[in-house]
Design a protein around this ligand. Structure first.
Ligand code: AMP
Length: 422
């Protein structure tokens, strides 16, 4: 849905009975109308219900939970060391980004937020918790550590949010999360946001949000309009050159590799050819990761080369291209990675590099992800390799050449409604 259409069908924030200082703080950031997931989740959460929201990154899910949390806490102070809202999330990067999104809104309401995550010295976080914290944003490991040291208590928690619950579970946090939720008061409110609701996420829901309101906002229509998928078939030995040709003409791109070492190597190879490329992965210190992400966010680097885990939850707007340099083995990873582009209704493209040997696997992953991609052989692909020139060129994936349907030409590759998982 483009922003003009959105303004016709969505109510403004005024209609959601929010504190006026919060609505004004949102407006100062140019946020005037709730996205579909916000329209669905905010009223139910304001009413005190447990909420289960299926929403992907880029749909506005941070504010879908952030707005009701802040609105419900407003006007009353918390006790020292006893936050009244707890936001649990999988990575330090996501913690920082959620904090950055919520801190100005919290401030407008006179609320204080504190963020704690691992990989940095704990002492400063202990000091911060000694004062009043209304909203605690935390990764599970560091929060467990702070609880063990009795630097914080969850006795006063009124609302707990699990953000990217599927990712938390993928990283093996089911048990810690289960334990942390058990430390919050029984009967306190819980909001769970996730791109998928199966497996361990379903177990968490049954144990901790048995009586919830479920909102599944299908963003597929948005994606159909905004995201294009391409496969660029290149000989193995030309992959770096192909990546360079692609990235040279499409700045603000994120590139995914399978391994940490692969990310460092590719960033170096691209830099040697004259691009400003930075890497982002778990082998780097927290400081180094923040510095690299900062350079990319500020536009000082035009490319970030990342591994899956490091890149999940990166909220940088204006990424026009996602490149799967190493195709992911799994459709969920394909969707998560691709979700870095086409955020908040903006246009974006996704290019997967395949060699003749890996092409079959790439097609299988994309089919499972519900994606129809255009295929280009690098020898005959448009030059320069801009996303605009790829759009409409190339061939449909081999399986799409069924005689009855006929090959699709001209139109951009689209995302189909994904097959139901489970
Ligand atoms: P999220 O899905 O929470 O990562 O949000 C993706 C991006 O959309 C962020 O940059 C938000 O600032 C932006 N955003 C969230 N809600 C809205 C809204 N209602 N109107 C405009 N932009 C929004």
């Amino acid at each position: 849905m483009n922003p003009a259409d959105r303004s016709l069908v969505l109510p403004s924030f005024d209609r959601l009975h929010l504190p006026s200082s919060l609505v004004e703080a949102l407006a100062r950031q140019g946020i005037e109308r709730p996205s579909p997931i916000q329209t669905a989740v905010i009223p139910a959460a304001l009413d005190g219900h447990d909420v289960l929201g299926r929403a992907r990154t880029g749909s506005g899910k941070t504010l879908a939970f952030g707005i009701p949390v802040l609105a419900r806490l407003a006007g009353r102070p918390s006790r020292p060391k006893a936050p009244r809202a707890l936001i649990l999330l999988p990575t330090r990067e996501l913690a920082t980004q959620v904090h950055d999104a919520l801190a100005p809104l919290a401030q407008a309401l006179g609320l204080r937020t504190t963020t704690v995550y691992g990989g940095v010295p704990i002492n400063r976080q202990i000091t911060a918790l000694k004062g009043r914290t209304d909203v605690l944003v935390a990764t599970p490991g560091r929060l467990g550590d702070l609880l063990d040291r009795r630097c914080v208590t969850l006795d006063g928690v009124e609302i707990t949010v699990l953000d990217e619950a599927d990712h938390l579970c993928d990283l093996g946090f089911f048990k810690p999360i289960d334990a942390l939720l058990s430390k919050t008061p029984a009967g306190s409110q819980r909001l769970l946001l996730s791109a998928t609701l199966d497996g361990d996420v379903d177990r968490l829901v049954r144990r901790h949000l048995p009586d919830h309101r479920l909102f599944e906002v299908d963003e597929v229509d948005d994606q159909v309009e905004s995201m294009e998928h391409h496969v660029l078939i290149t000989p193995h030995e030309s992959r770096v050159t192909t990546a360079y040709d692609l990235l040279r003409v499409n700045p603000r791109s994120i590139v995914f590799t399978r391994t940490r070492r692969g990310a460092t190597r590719l960033a170096r190879q691209l830099s040697q050819r004259g691009l400003t490329a930075v890497d982002l992965h778990g082998d780097l210190t927290q400081k180094h990761r923040e510095r690299n992400l900062g350079r990319f966010s500020r536009g000082e680097a035009s490319v970030v080369v990342a591994t899956d885990v490091a890149a999940r939850g990166i909220h940088v707007d204006g990424i026009g291209l996602v490149v799967h340099y190493d195709a992911p083995a799994e459709h969920k990873a394909y969707l998560h990675r691709s979700g870095r582009t086409a955020r908040a209704g903006a246009a974006g493209s996704v290019v997967t590099l395949a060699t003749p040997e890996t092409l079959g696997d790439v097609i299988a992953v994309q089919r499972k992800a519900g994606v129809e991609a255009r295929h280009h052989r690098v020898e005959s692909a448009p030059s320069p390799l801009t996303v605009a020139s790829l759009s409409g060129a190339g061939e449909p994936a081999p399986a799409a050449k069924a005689p009855a349907a006929g090959p699709r030409r001209g139109g951009p590759a689209r995302r189909r409604r994904p097959a139901r998982r489970r």
